[in-house]
Structures are given as structure tokens and as C-alpha cells.
Write a protein that binds this ligand. Structure first.
Ligand code: SAM
Length: 291
């Protein structure tokens, strides 16, 4: 099961009190929602959003088993304003974004997020990928230079051009249909470094492109802040330098225009947390308190 990252740090940063409303924009497998709700003995109003309906089912089961009530909505957080207005909620006291993909999605979604699985290349957070851009479309239809651009821009991949070339050459022979085929194409042209799989950055970059993750984050942050009460707290956990840059810049600009106070430095996981959960190693938590 997905291990929530920086759990205690998030609970402390958000300081959600009895009677307050908490919006979890990335419910995932419910770990953070559960901890935030339990910290007050379940006496808060909890709202959880996730684009992935399976994630919401996991959250529902987990909260129900603990006797915690929450309202869950299948939605992209870039539309969180719509979710709140549909629920008749004007403003909330605390908001969390815990970005990216969960371990459960990587291992169980069947949508090709992981290079260690042989699954259809979809990579959409939404389970029903009909009418959406999928990873299959990206690798089989995008121009070589655009592939190289996302691999470098989102993945920070130094072999971006070499990988883009290999993908284009491979798809001339036969369409690239599965995560394993893609992982093999990349592994053949990227030298292995340490224990990191050669296709790690490629998979991250394609997932970010498929889900339009950076623009969604910018929109979510803006709408999230507009939906916070005065004195409300926002916490964002990012796993990628491009995400962290957006969060840092957004909080700085809001602070400059006297909209509130941003945490000076990001909070990062302890050595013990990284040992127990290696996936947490790149996490950065930033906090903003609205004026
Ligand atoms: C890292 S996991 C969150 C884990 C969660 N905090 C927990 O403790 O279990 C990120 C989740 O956010 C969802 N997600 C990512 N981007 C999203 C977006 N723009 N809108 C809605 N959900 C999103 C993913 O489907 C995934 O379930």
C-alpha cells in the first residue's frame, strides 16, 4: 500500500482543528486524509478529490474502516472550485496537494505507469482514458523533437535526443503498445547508472505530459488559494524540481503581494523516512498561510 510521505509534518503544518474543513486535492490511498482527520478525533469536515476512481475507492475503504466520514469526488484538482461549489462549500480551512502518482497506481492500476510492468501504455490518472491523450499516443504519434523536449524538460533526461530517436525508429517497425516495450527501447540506448532503472525519467516525463501536470498544478494552486479562508493553510508536497519551482514561485509572489506567509525553506523527509520509504527521497513540502 502507498505510504504517505511526510505524514506528521503535514498534520503539523495544516493544524486542522475540530469543526474545520479540510480539502485533500490528491486523496490517493487516503493516508493523509486519514491522519489529518484522526488528529482531531474525526471532528472535521473532510473533502477528498482524485482523478482516479480506484484511488477514491481505496480512500473510502480506509476511512470507513477507521470510522472517518469524508466526501469524495472524482475530479481533476484544476477544477477544485467546481467541486466546492457543487458541494455548497464557500471556503475551506486547509488544503493539501501531494503531487504525482501513488505507489498503488504504479503497481496496480494496469495503466502502464511503471517500467517494471507489461501493461497497456495509458498513464492517465483517470481510469477511463477514452478521449484523452494517452502515453500510447505520445510515443507513437508525437514528433521526435517534441518527444525530446518533454524528456528533457519534464524528465531532466540527458539522453533525451537519443531516446526520442530510438522511439521513432522502433515505432516504424511496429506500434509501441506496452510499458515493457517502451522500457526495453529506452534501456537499449541509455546506460544504467546505479540502481535507478534507465527508463525512470522517460516514464516520469511521459506521465507528466499525458496528464498536463504542471499547468494543472498552476491552476490548482491559484484556485486553492482563492478557496482558502483567511488564516487558512496550504501544504504542497512535490517530487519534481519543475513542480517545486512552480510552488516556490507562486508562494513567493503571493507573499510579495501581501497575500500571506510562505515557509522559508522546504521541509524534506528525515533519513529514517527515506530508509523506510525510498520513494520519499525527492519529496519537498512547502507551506503557505493565507493572510
Ligand atoms: C502521491 S498520490 C497521493 C497519496 C495520498 N496523499 C495518500 O496519502 O495516500 C497522488 C494522487 O493524486 C492524484 N492526482 C495527481 N494529479 C491530480 C490532479 N491534477 N487532479 C486530481 N488528482 C490528481 C493521483 O491520481 C494520485 O492518486
Amino acid at each position: 500500500m502507498h505510504l504517505p510521505v511526510l505524514l506528521q509534518e503535514v498534520v503539523e503544518a495544516l493544524r486542522v482543528k475540530s469543526g474545520e474543513t479540510f480539502l485533500d486535492c490528491t486523496a490517493g490511498s487516503g493516508g493523509h486524509t486519514l491522519a489529518v482527520a484522526q488528529a482531531t478525533g474525526g471532528t472535521i469536515t473532510a473533502i477528498g478529490i482524485d482523478e482516479d476512481e480506484d484511488a477514491l475507492s481505496r480512500t473510502h475503504e480506509r476511512l470507513q474502516a477507521a470510522g472517518i466520514q469524508a466526501t469524495l469526488r472524482e475530479q481533476n484538482f484544476r477544477e477544485l472550485d467546481k467541486t466546492l461549489s457543487d458541494l455548497g462549500v464557500a471556503k475551506v480551512d486547509a488544503i493539501l496537494f501531494d503531487l504525482g502518482v501513488s505507489t498503488d497506481e504504479l503497481l496496480e492500476s494496469g495503466r502502464g505507469f511503471s517500467f517494471s510492468k507489461d501493461e497497456p501504455l495509458l498513464m492517465t490518472f483517470r481510469k477511463n482514458s477514452e478521449g484523452r491523450v494517452t502515453a500510447r499516443e505520445v510515443v507513437n504519434e508525437w514528433k521526435e523533437e517534441n518527444l525530446a523536449l518533454i524528456l528533457e524538460g519534464f524528465g531532466g533526461e540527458r539522453y533525451a535526443e537519443r531516446i526520442a530517436r530510438a522511439i521513432v525508429e522502433a515505432r516504424v517497425q511496429a506500434p509501441i503498445e506496452t510499458s515493457k516495450t517502451l522500457a526495453d527501447i529506452v534501456s537499449a540506448v541509455v546506460p544504467r547508472s546505479g540502481r535507478t532503472h534507465p527508463a525512470t525519467k522517460t516514464f516520469q516525463a511521459i506521465r507528466m505530459a499525458v496528464n498536463d501536470e504542471l499547468p494543472a498544478l498552476e491552476e490548482g494552486l491559484r484556485k486553492g488559494l482563492a478557496s482558502l479562508k483567511s488564516g487558512g493553510r496550504m501544504a504542497v508536497i512535490s517530487f519534481h524540481s519543475g513542480e517545486d519551482r512552480i510552488v516556490k514561485r507562486f508562494f513567493k509572489e503571493e507573499e510579495k503581494s501581501e497575500g500571506g506567509t510562505a515557509s522559508k525553506k522546504p521541509i524534506v523527509p528525515s533519513r529514517e523516512e527515506v530508509q523506510g520509504n525510498p520513494r520519499s527521497r525527492s519529496a519537498k513540502l512547502r507551506i503557505f498561510i493565507k493572510k
